[in-house]
Design a protein. Structure first.
Lengths: 360, 360
């Protein structure tokens, strides 16, 4: 097992290990004063993981109740938060109780937000069950829900008391979910840590076979890198934007496809575009795109725009991003593998050129 | 004008003055970097105050837009927050904008909550327009909305950047609203500050005639007292419960009457009951009830249970309060005027006895 301490205003620890779920009951009292737990999950994870975890906790003397909602981004709204809250009030959860978030990114965002506003805030603990949530949502304290007008428009910054990452649960999910998370790991390597990038190159097949040692290593390194970035920029003023490597175009692609694409797949294509743009604009001081594409292909991730997506259609979705979040468009490009640069308002023609290159 | 500095984790200042509204445009840049303001209000205050303030701000070069909702506690829910948020997104309010809450307690709670979760938090400024909101909501950072299961069950702790208290606007409201706020001022005096209590005794008629000097004084003293309590107990661990003087029974009375009673009237009766209980239990070291009742009567506030409320019906509503907020019932009683004591689980018989005394 590995332990990562995250140095936010209220520090907490991420525990990473295979079979860690069974150790949660004996560890929880170190971070929670209560034994009254609301276990928030979705209906899929409920069957795969949450029921088991609830049983383990109950046997250890915790008073545990499961509250679940339909899986998927469509549930990530205020109505779900209100329904969960009402169920918790009726079940007698008071200020001296706590929330356990058990699931992927949507569950983490919804449950974290709920915990941050329930009776003006109760403690919460995360048990992310997808690789994407393990390497992405465990650090940063972002919670939130969508509005019809856009994603994550309502939310809070709220840190968990503890994060338990059990990579043993990853085998309960289809391989596409593992790939989805690996795209984010590639992001950390390509933008921030050449060593991690080369580790992925060396261990690609072992990772796809769920070997525990490399899984533990990439989860630890990804969380460590994100924690370093976030601890220097807790409120998203600047540096944190490095985490958007591959996401600017990735988000545009998701929006263009009305989210009928896995996040990791959109990010993979977005990273390829950003790498090629880095070369086209003369920012890259070594070839970066080819090696990145080769790794993504070995991991079973896409490196070309999906069929039916016209390159010309994407820039429109970029400006939506731009409007809500910043006055201008800051893209994350690569100087070399493992080293990012910020680039303000890249020329539209260069962007379009690159998108055309990677359209099928 | 008087200035009160509130020493919370992120300190802010309360400015108190007659005609202060017109000075907001020149002061705002000291606390906000933006000139893009969402002015949140209800439909009543919109006509009385908010339209004027928006005009003043627009003339001074601020980009201001008003968002309003129907007045009253019935609007204090998540649906209102979602609707306001959606309107703000569509109107282009981004992270670099700010919220101005203009209105009474409901507007302050809703707008503060909205500001705390909109794009994970934008700055906000309060312009309370009722005496109750001026002496009660300006300090403490509590925001929130109701659920069908109970009041204030979802919310945050979120401090404003500035509070502007213009007691000049109080004349736009019926006298009953002034009385409603004066009940809270009596609370601060009776529980915490004998000098304030005696000032109220000396100035009761002047206050009811809206004389500016005594109004400024009682608003300043009330905010100062609340700020002292809150700064020592920002997360409501203990001391802050002193602010519940008169509110334990007041809340029960409101619930029994399905909130068809002004908050201040319920608190007035609750304070009388608490004062009489202090004497009955031998906690009071001087007579407290008679002088308290005399002051409340002069201020036009009730000192007896409303017709139709049976004393026997109230304890049931107390236990609801008890269940959600604490394991046990802590009441605030008086040792003398200006000096409170906490009292745990007063005997039900004594409570009932006192309630019978003050039933008509």
């Amino acid at each position: 097992m590995r332990v990562l301490r995250v140095e936010t205003a209220e520090p907490y620890e991420i525990l990473i290990g295979g079979g860690l779920l069974t150790e949660i009951p004996q560890d929880l009292p170190q971070v929670l004063e209560t034994r009254h737990l609301a276990l928030i999950t979705d209906e899929t994870v409920r069957d795969l993981v949450a029921e088991d975890l609830a049983r383990i906790l109950t046997e250890a003397g915790f008073r545990t109740e499961i509250f679940s909602f339909p899986p998927g981004e469509a549930s990530k709204n205020m109505e779900t938060v209100v329904q969960l809250s009402r169920s918790m009030v009726r079940a007698g959860f008071d200020r001296r109780s706590a929330v356990l978030a058990v699931g992927g990114g949507v569950v983490g965002d919804v449950a974290g937000f709920l915990a941050s506003i329930y009776l003006r805030g109760v403690p919460y603990v995360q048990v992310p069950t997808t690789l994407l949530a393990q390497v992405d949502s465990s650090v940063g304290g972002k919670t939130g829900v969508d509005l019809p007008e856009g994603k994550n428009l309502l939310g809070t910054f709220y840190q968990p008391r503890r994060v338990y990452i059990d990579y043993g649960v990853l085998t309960t999910l289809p391989l596409s979910h593992l790939r989805n998370g690996l795209a984010e790991v590639v992001k950390y390597g390509a933008a921030l840590d050449r060593g991690l990038f080369e580790f992925l190159e060396a261990q690609a097949e072992a990772l796809l076979a769920y070997h525990p040692e490399p899984l533990e290593e990439i989860i630890y390194q990804s969380c460590r890198l994100k924690a370093e970035v976030v601890s220097r920029d807790e409120r998203e003023a600047g540096l944190r934007r490095v985490l958007n490597f591959g996401h600017t175009l990735g988000h545009a692609l998701e929006a263009a496809l009305n989210y009928q694409i896995l996040h990791g797949e959109a990010v993979a294509v977005g990273m390829v575009a950003a790498a090629r743009l880095s070369e086209a604009l003369g920012v890259a001081e070594e070839p970066v795109a080819e090696r990145l594409e080769a790794l993504l292909l070995r991991l079973g991730l896409p490196v070309r725009l999906p069929e039916g997506v016209a390159p010309e259609a994407l820039p429109a979705f970029l400006s939506a991003d731009k409007k809500v979040w910043h006055g201008r468009l800051t893209m994350v490009l690569l100087r070399r593998l493992g080293e990012f640069v910020f680039y303000e308002d890249p020329p539209r023609e260069s962007l379009l050129e690159v998108l055309k290159e990677i359209s099928i």
